[in-house]
Design a protein around this ligand. Structure first.
Ligand code: GDP
Length: 316
């Protein structure tokens, strides 16, 4: 179990995941959280990261920083997604090793798995087939992150672990219509259509792709659970184990935000992976399951979005 008074570095504390981890650690009574903004520390720069670790000397690290985005951002900026993430994962893992960090959690993504992996996807499916092309750069960097944790454990005995979350959503998400993920984009599009009195709302792709969605507060809880009790080389899937089609998702958001609106599918936009749902039996076997239902999570996240938009406080 982690010492609640030890210095903890949350790398990426302003993002969807990092901000949820900070909330979770604060609620748990952690007294010494260390964070740093990207304008102060470029996590891609090894010597800058080493200097920062030399001064702050965290005992634990949550490595949840990175360049992230939805299917369109991934396809239009593949080099950034590969380079930034590769570098950030490498510098932080190496710096943590160098100063003797006691435990590090690395956060991957379910896109590390092959495009045509057997569903629900088990941890063992990693590197068993070709990747989904729409997010290959990001997935490659994430696979390297897992392998960094595994190899540093094998060669140096570092207690570095990895968790693979499914598609995430929640407060603090990126509501940018081009760069973000499907759920925030749909909430915003239905919201704006209702405000403008428009009866039709666009949805990318065919609507047939299947995805699983996990509330980010559940993910943060799982991360702390694993940091407290899991210490082994294999990565661990984090999800709900339940998926739905993008059409069903859009209809759920529509019914909550703009009932009666028509959906217009734009099949010129990519579907990405045909289906992506995690087998979560490993984590369930360790004693953790997700608590937030999708409808509950969409309702609370939508309420957060409306308030943040009114405050002029959205990440767009
Ligand atoms: P992915 O799991 O990496 O594909 O993540 P996304 O959240 O970007 O996309 C999930 C699915 O939702 C894909 O099949 C998209 O085509 C579909 N989708 C429908 N409308 C949107 C939208 O407005 N934005 C995004 N990002 N995806 C959308």
């Amino acid at each position: 179990m982690l010492d609640r008074h030890a210095p903890v570095f949350v790398a990426g504390h302003r993002g969807l995941v990092g901000s949820a981890i900070v909330r979770r650690l604060e609620a748990e009574g952690f007294t010494d959280l260390r964070t740093v903004g990207r304008e102060v520390l470029d996590l891609r720069d090894q010597s800058a990261v080493d200097s920062w670790f030399d001064v702050e000397r965290p005992r634990y690290v949550f490595l949840v920083a990175g360049t992230v985005g939805g299917i369109h951002a991934n396809t239009s900026r593949p080099a950034e997604f590969l380079y930034d993430n590769l570098m950030i994962h490498g510098t932080v893992v190496q710096a943590a090793h160098r100063i003797g960090v006691e435990k590090l959690l690395y956060l991957g993504s379910s896109c590390i798995y092959p495009r045509l992996a057997e569903q629900p996807i088990m941890e063992e499916a990693l590197l068993s087939g070709a990747l989904e092309p729409t997010n290959e750069g990001y997935a490659l960097a994430k696979i390297v992150g897992i392998k960094l944790c595994e190899t540093y454990r094998r060669q140096y005995g570092d207690d570095f672990i990895s968790a693979m979350p499914t598609n995430l959503y929640g407060p603090g998400d990126n509501f940018d219509l081009e760069g973000g993920h499907v759920l925030p984009a749909l909430m915003r599009r239905f919201h704006e259509a209702r405000e403008a009195g428009e009866a039709t709302v666009g949805v990318w792709g065919t609507g047939n792709a299947r995805r699983e969605f996990l509330h980010v507060d559940d993910l943060a809880d799982a991360c702390l659970f694993l940091m407290d009790g899991y210490s082994a080389p294999g990565h661990v899937n984090v999800g709900t184990g339940v998926d739905l089609t993008i059409r069903e998702l859009a209809e759920t958001v529509r019914d909550l935000v703009h009932p009666g609106a028509d959906l217009a599918f734009d099949a010129s936009m990519p579907d990405g992976m045909p289906r992506k749902v995690l087998d979560v039996s490993k984590l369930a076997g360790l004693g953790w399951t997700a608590q937030t239902s999708l409808t509950e999570g969409i309702v609370s996240t939508y309420a957060w979005f409306v308030e943040a938009a009114e405050r002029g406080d959205l990440r767009l």
